[in-house]
Write a protein that binds this ligand. Structure first.
Ligand code: PMP
Length: 454
């Protein structure tokens, strides 16, 4: 029999056809509006990532509130994508909306701090730890700047990253392992003619021996990792993996940079605080200011001291770090509101509880249909994976990815009123998400599973 991820090809194709038609029927206004207005955009989309959505065409959003999206065709959907983590704390959280209104009349960007900047700084330390902080606008930038500091203070060229990782559009991390286990440029990287392997080395996640072998060469400035590899399905760290990274990085004089941009779902302070990690540098972006483009990155006082030394010796000129609109007063207003009033222990308690309800529901459905799939949860973030688990590393995660099945399931879920993230099978629970929304998603998933598995 012809099976893909345990699903018969015939059933899968029938479902995909049916669901594409159903989507088109429910979105006539969006289709007409796109046909007349989207042509000015390259390939009809303002950000080319939007082409990765699996629907026959995009819906146009009329508004979003809490964990609900309403489109111009009047469809109301439960939003578990939440801007792919940017709105993980719900759409327009009330304290953030208030902060925006307050700041809106006082100027949007000055290249000078505000009193709120100082209050936000105190909250950064309280939530994430005693780092020396900088504000940037995207997590991509924050990672690039952290890498730059790591290279500057160690005087070493390479960043160690894990196979299958994603840290934003950071070229330095865009390497992968080939079949022989050598680091190579990631295929698909547009317009990159440099050999990136002079500045990066790639190792499999959970492979401490591989990490040690790479570090032993003495040219690694920093290990850059997520606590859980979330961009390759969700690969959990083995017991002892993070302790091992910390021990080895210290032994070989490399810094440890933890990117919490997605694992902020783990709980208050992110995975770092929940699991008592001790990175030299810490990065988090996307949702940290409630959806206002903001990222934060910090270094320990020890690294800051080394940075001051190299910076003092530096000839004046461009540092390669920025950017002009960063650390603006609107970011601080939103950062303060989010850290102080939105990202609270109580909010996390709610998110955790509903995420567990969701993962239990999905797991039961998978078991009932005897699908060779599994579910992983990291705090408020849940993912179903169309392959058996657990997965150990990026290579296994790449093998577990089944776009054909995933795309059909995503459209089918959306037709049943539930939006999940494109690119992966991620579902996020926000403080605004309600139990009935979770139950609707579980029911929709179970309905789709019944169609796929009979
Ligand atoms: N770090 C991680 C772990 C991410 O998943 C992403 C984006 N998915 C980024 C950084 C980059 O975030 P942004 O696209 O907002 O720059």
């Amino acid at each position: 029999t012809d099976l893909i991820a345990g699903v018969s090809r015939d059933r899968l194709e029938a479902l995909a056809d049916r669901e594409a038609k159903r989507f088109a029927e429910a979105h006539p206004k969006a289709q007409a509006a796109l046909a007349s207005g989207a042509g000015v955009y390259l390939d009809g989309v303002p950000l080319h990532w939007m082409k990765d959505w699996p629907m026959p065409h995009l819906p146009l959003v009329a508004k979003a509130e809490g964990a609900v999206l309403v489109d111009i065709d009047g469809n109301r959907v439960e939003d578990f994508c939440l801007g792919d983590t940017g709105s993980m704390f719900g759409h327009s959280p009330k304290p953030v909306a208030r902060a925006i209104r307050r700041q809106a009349g006082r100027g949007l960007t000055y290249m000078l701090p505000t009193e709120e900047a100082l209050e936000a700084g105190r909250l950064l330390v309280e939530r994430f730890g005693d780092f020396r902080w900088q504000i940037a606008t995207t997590a991509t930038d924050a990672n690039r700047f952290a890498i730059r500091v790591a290279r500057a203070v160690t005087g070493r060229p390479k960043i160690l990253v894990f196979n299958g990782c994603y840290h934003g559009t950071v070229d330095d991390a865009m390497v992968t392992l080939d079949e022989a286990g050598h680091t190579i440029n990631r295929p698909g990287l547009l317009g990159q003619f440099n050999d990136l392997t002079g500045g990066a080395v790639c190792v499999e996640f959970n492979d401490l021996a591989g990490v040690e072998a790479a570090l032993a060469k003495g040219d690694v400035a920093a290990i850059l990792t997520e606590p859980v590899m979330t961009n390759s399905c969700m690969v959990l760290p083995d017991a002892g993996f993070h302790d091992g990274l910390r021990t080895l990085s210290r032994r070989y004089g490399a810094l440890l940079i933890i990117d919490e941009t997605h694992t902020i779902s783990s709980g208050l302070g992110g995975y770092t605080r929940v699991h008592s990690l001790s990175p030299d540098m810490f990065v988090v972006g996307k949702c940290v200011a409630g959806g206002m483009p903001t990222s934060v990155w910090g270094m320990t006082e020890e690294v800051a001291e080394r940075y001051r030394v190299v910076n003092a010796d530096r000839e004046s000129g461009h540092s390669g770090m920025g950017t002009t609109l960063s650390a603006n007063p609107m970011q601080f207003a939103c950062l303060k509101a989010t850290l102080g009033e939105v990202m609270t222990p109580k909010a996390y308690e709610h998110m955790e509880k509903l995420a567990e309800r969701l993962s239990r529901g999905l797991r039961k459905s998978i078991e009932r249909h005897k699908a060779p799939w599994h579910v992983v949860r990291v705090g408020a973030r849940v993912e179903f994976i169309c392959a058996p688990g657990p997965l150990k590393n990026g290579a296994e995660a790449a093998g577990a990815h089944v776009p054909q099945v995933e795309l059909a399931v995503h459209v089918a879920l959306l037709n049943r009123g539930c939006l999940i993230a494109p690119f992966h099978n991620m579902m996020l629970i926000s403080p605004a998400t309600r139990k009935r929304q979770v139950d609707r998603l579980v029911a929709a998933f179970d309905d789709v599973m019944a169609e796929l598995f009979g």
